[in-house]
Design a protein around this ligand. Sequence first.
Ligand SMILES: *Cc1c(COP(=O)(O)O)cnc(C)c1O
Length: 237
Amino acid sequence: MERSLTDIRANYETICENIALAASDVGRSASDITFLAATKTVDAAAINYAVSLGLRYLGENRVQELLSKYDAYDLEHASLHFIGHLQTNKVRAIVGKVSMIQSVDSFRLAREISLRSQSLGIVTDILCEVNIGGEESKSGVLPERTEELLFEVHTLPGIRVRGLMAIPPICQNAQENCKFFDKMRNIFLDISSKNIDNISMDFLSMGMSDDYTEAIKCGANMIRVGSALFGARHYNI
Ligand SMILES: *Cc1c(COP(=O)(O)O)cnc(C)c1O
């Protein structure tokens, strides 16, 4: 499927403008917000074109797809994150290749990332994924279990917890969205205030194509945008 580079350029510019507007609405600047592009199903040429426009963060959510595109990404100019559900037995394949794993939701997974990182002599940044809607079908740690999980993982030597990530339930309107985003911000601030060793609440990663401006207004400082940048996804790769 051919993606129009002209569209990507226009979309990129629009998103950057929207980020700046939303940030200024809440007294922040665009540079406080990390714009990560969710790149699933997008070919490396289109991804690297966005990087040439200034995009600095890429997020893949399938291990196999990440590995198949790995050699083609322009990682001299962009950092690669893993943002999808990660099975323990796939950890080995991506540690050392990604600069952050945003989807850590169990001690077992955190320990595996830590062990693998140690064996490479590195420390891997992670975010803890919170199942903010408490949805049965979704990954992520439950909100009420989040702090407990952080206390379990904070001494693992091969990881550094940098914040929280969430994919809220699909909502009918912005107001409903904000309820979940607000809840995430409260957990984020609460954990920040506890100053737990080896846990820095630097990133609150939430907001996607349909709701990233609301997310920013509710305190997100990292957004993950896919289709609004690259166009609708076609699952054919
Ligand atoms: C696909 C994806 C996104 C972006 O979704 P869009 O609605 O296309 O912006 C964000 N986060 C994760 C974890 C994703 O898998």
